[in-house]
Design a protein around this ligand. Structure first.
Ligand SMILES: [Zn+2]
Length: 471
């Protein structure tokens, strides 16, 4: 029998860490942190670590274990360490519980046999010199590969209509690629991909999807209730001394800069919520040259608090979206959805019954190898949220070939095209084009301007895959 492993997903502010401690206390467990920011030492308030009292004597690993000058860990390093710790915990007869808001760490731990996509639909446009040489050689044997997209597409429609339908008529690289496969192998690319998919599925079916006997939780709170709670938490953090921590990080940064160190401000602790939002305030407070009036300082501080609240809400939204889209899709592919339980922590006064008791009851059954309920039967919220996400991930893609002339972007999937039309990026570009056409000055909005989007409406259409989240 595979070893049991509990994994707790969830956004910030849902009580994940408390659930982990509750389960560890009841089931002789130890906890491994999967939150990139909580790995930083000395910043318990900014990073929302449990206090020692709240940890209730349960051993916690990979928590507060790196210094401010260290880079955040890659998923590979985290996974390597976490796997070692899990084995060690098991060897002592204890239950490992992994918990954290950095879902890409958790996904990395669970889904190591990531499907290697050999289908060019998802590969990027780069081409190596060797590939280029081969391409030239191929073209000398098959001159049609030097023709226009239109000519090659007509040929592809004849020999492999399924592939022809997938590509945008102007996407010469993909059209040529599919045609090349046919010309060099004598077989249709669509057949080859279908076989590859079937082989992968067969391989998955014969291998256990995971070396562990997994029980997975998703701590979920309804957005309006979560946002209210997050706002209150920021106020509480400020009352508990957030600004002292922020100030020490600020001083550390100034010392590094004064010593002439290069500091990459785009990652690590410098991007943590609760630091960058207070930089203007701290810079004014600590300035020895100018003397900012008290009222102005207070205003900067309040702005920092507001900005921290906004950033926290956006981060929670981002985390939920990751789980809802990426994690659920991967779980479905690995046949693990039946072990993925949404616990509803929307209402904090029901935390004990909805989260602690339901979670414990599931874990007790899981450890005793008893049958577990279906995840959707756990609560109304579970039913609604899981159904919605499954419907989304199973919705068939409608193939379309549309080009947005304004943004000069091509779309292959109807849903992404629709999403693009609604995106802020597109609407801003349209507005700009219209103003330009009417001869208006285009002050304040420039084509290609990066639109700051906390809501990131375009995420699926443009850059969903391979994107590393800001911790
Ligand atoms: Zn557009």
């Amino acid at each position: 029998m595979a070893d049991p492993l509990v994994v707790i997903y969830g956004s910030t502010g849902t009580g994940k860490s408390d659930l982990a401690v509750e389960l560890a206390t009841r089931f002789n467990g130890e906890i491994i942190n999967a939150d990139a920011m909580q790995m930083y030492r000395g910043l318990p308030i900014i990073t929302n670590q449990l206090t020692p009292e709240e940890q209730r004597g349960i051993p916690h690993y990979l928590l507060g274990n790196i210094g401010l000058d260290e880079e955040p860990w890659s998923v590979t390093s985290w996974k390597r360490e976490a796997t070692k710790i899990i084995s060690d915990i098991r060897s002592r007869g204890k239950l490992p519980i992994v918990v954290g808001g950095t879902s890409y760490y958790l996904d990395g731990l669970l889904f190591d046999e990531k499907l290697v996509e050999s289908d060019p639909a998802t590969t990027d446009g780069s081409e190596t010199a060797a590939a280029k040489a081969t391409r030239d050689e191929l073209a000398s044997q098959h001159p049609i590969l030097r023709e226009s997209a239109e000519v090659m597409l007509a040929k592809l429609q004849e020999v492999d209509p399924a592939m022809a339908e997938r590509w945008h008529p102007k996407d010469i690289r993909k059209i040529r690629n599919s045609l090349e496969i046919y010309l060099t192998t004598g077989r249709r690319a669509s057949d080859i991909y279908a076989e590859q998919r079937a082989r992968k599925e067969a391989k998955r079916a014969e291998q256990p999807p995971s070396p562990w006997n997994l029980l997975l939780f998703w701590l979920y709170a309804k957005p309006d209730m979560l946002n209210e709670r997050l706002d209150k938490r920021v106020d509480k953090m400020v009352a508990n001394g957030l600004l002292d921590e922020t100030s020490s990080v600020y001083d550390y940064l100034q010392r590094r800069l004064a010593a002439g160190d290069t500091v990459d401000r785009t990652k690590g602790i410098w991007q943590s919520i609760g630091f960058r939002q207070f930089e203007s305030y701290l810079s004014a407070v600590k300035s020895t040259e100018t003397d900012t009036p008290q009222a102005a300082l207070e205003k900067l501080k309040q702005q920092g608090i507001e900005d921290t609240k906004t950033a926290t809400r956006q981060y929670a939204k981002y985390q939920i979206r990751w789980i809802a889209r990426k994690t659920i899709a991967a779980l479905q592919e690995e046949n693990l959805l039946s072990n993925f339980y949404l616990l509803d922590s929307s209402n904090i006064s029901h935390w004990h019954s909805e989260v602690a008791e339901k979670g414990s009851s599931l874990l007790a059954k899981h450890l005793a190898h008893q049958p577990l309920p279906r995840p959707e039967d756990l609560s109304d919220t579970a039913r609604e949220v899981l159904a919605e996400q499954l419907e989304r991930s199973n919705r068939p893609e409608t193939i379309c070939n549309k080009t947005c002339e304004v943004c000069e972007k091509e779309f292959r999937i109807e849903e992404q095209w629709q999403k693009h039309l609604k995106s802020k990026k597109h609407q801003k570009a349209v507005k700009w084009a219209k103003r330009q056409a009417e001869g208006w000055p285009t002050r304040g909005v420039a084509k290609g301007d990066k639109v700051e989007e906390g809501t990131n409406d375009d995420v699926d259409a443009d850059d969903a895959d391979g994107q590393v989240p800001k911790p």
